[in-house]
Design a protein around this ligand. Structure first.
Ligand SMILES: *Cc1c(COP(=O)(O)O)cnc(C)c1O
Length: 412
């Protein structure tokens, strides 16, 4: 195999001069940790998603954790989460000693399947879940994930939560900016991710997410009480933050209200966030253009299925996931990935489902057949490179490699 002429990374962050200058300004300002820039970032982010409150944290995992703490999650409780997600969605439930009940996914969108969530709740009542999951557990919440940045139908999610008396915390790590409306909706029905329906929405600003602060996250909510609790818990459970204590008008005294955590976001990170936020829609449109070119030029390749992009969604295009038709190829997914690598194309897989990881399998006894859709589809999924600064030649290289692999390995 000759050296590929164009190498394409899975993701390449691209920070502009204004972002670099803002960070330098912060470094020279005399205030490095949580302060005025974080306060501004929170305010502007809340406005951008249409939420009343935003609390900046040092990761989305921290935001998910404090959302569940503020909602009072306890060890004898259970929370429904998709098995098709990242480690973070589940581990925050374990921090409380509570139990994640894994829910299967839609085979096309890979999103949490509410019908299976219903089945899992019924099974819990009958004691039909894996033995390690106690039927005495009280189901209290749902954490849906907007996989790749394609939002779930939030009316269906809210109706489900209301029917079962569950709180809802969105894992919106992929979903900024994103929006949805009902299939029969009108223009005024558009609702942004973070606007309304759930108790808390948690966003990620990790290095390769749609908005980055290197590491960082944000919890948004319309509930002032939840916001105040998360804010205090994010800084040792104190009654006011460092900026409040040390700035000229601040009070030096504080009270410890709870054994909190150290989850606050620095002003160095927020400096980046402010500028990334201002061009978030521009970057989304750049990713959308990449996705549209993929979908146009890969449409005739019979060996793969493309991600859906329904008209009643504004897709963030954090990921572009294809699904291989393994019955039409003479190689499996892992070999497909190896061959992509040989051709200089970066990739990722989202995800090996939670029930197929040692911890969740051994701790709770989940078996592949408990979550059949996720068990089957994960062996077919490939995430292709997609990022705002992708060049025309890089997009061409990805399309060329996928087409070539499918042609060479077409099952005859
Ligand atoms: C990235 C990610 C997280 C965690 O975000 P961090 O900011 O790294 O903590 C949580 N959930 C999903 C679905 C993710 O992709």
């Amino acid at each position: 195999m000759p050296e590929p002429s164009v190498k394409v990374p899975f993701f390449r962050p691209e920070l502009n001069d204004a972002e670099v200058a803002e960070v330098v300004d912060t470094l020279r300002s005399g205030w490095l940790t949580t302060g005025p820039k974080t306060a501004r970032f929170e305010k502007e982010f809340a406005q951008a998603v249409g939420a009343d409150h935003a609390v900046a944290m040092n990761s989305c995992t921290a935001a998910l954790h404090l959302a569940t703490v503020a909602l009072g999650l306890r060890p004898d409780q259970a929370v429904l989460i998709p098995t098709m997600t990242f480690a973070a969605t589940a581990e925050v439930i374990r921090y409380a000693g509570a139990v994640p009940i894994l829910v299967d996914c839609d085979p096309v969108t890979l999103a949490l399947d509410l019908a299976d969530a219903e089945r899992k709740l019924e099974a819990l009542g009958r004691g039909d879940l894996p033995e390690a999951i106690d039927r005495e557990l009280e189901p209290v919440g749902l954490i849906p994930v907007h996989v790749a940045g394609l939002m779930l139908d939030m009316h269906a999610v809210s109706a489900f939560c209301e029917r079962h008396n569950l709180w809802c915390v969105e894992d919106a790590a992929h979903a900024f900016p994103a929006a949805w409306r009902p299939a029969d909706g009108v223009e005024s029905d558009w609702q942004r991710c973070g606007e309304g329906t759930s108790h808390v929405s948690c966003f990620s600003f990790y290095a390769n997410k749609t908005l980055t602060t290197g590491e960082g996250g944000m919890a948004t909510t319309d509930d002032a009480e939840l916001a105040a609790q998360m804010r205090s818990l994010s800084l040792h459970g104190l009654s006011n933050d460092a900026w409040g204590r040390y700035s000229s008008k601040g009070a030096w005294d504080y009270r410890i209200l709870a054994p909190g955590y150290k989850y606050n976001l620095t002003d160095i990170a927020s400096a980046l966030g402010l500028h990334q936020l201002a061009r978030a829609e521009e970057m989304r449109l750049q990713r959308k253009a990449v996705a549209e070119r993929f979908s146009r030029e890969l449409a005739e390749v019979d060996e793969i299925e493309l991600p859906s992009d329904p008209p009643n969604r504004i897709h963030s295009w954090h990921l572009y996931q294809i699904r291989l038709h393994l019955d039409r190829l003479d190689i499996d997914r892992d070999t497909f990935l190896e061959k992509l690598r040989e051709r200089g194309i970066g990739f990722s897989v989202h995800w090996r489902p939670l029930h197929l990881h040692p911890y969740y399998r051994e701790q709770f006894g989940w078996r592949a057949e408990d979550l059949p859709q996720a068990s089957a589809v994960w062996c077919r999924t490939v995430s292709l490179p997609i990022f705002p600064a992708m060049t025309y030649a890089e997009i061409s290289a990805v399309i060329g490699a996928v087409k070539d692999l499918c042609r060479v390995h077409r099952r005859r």
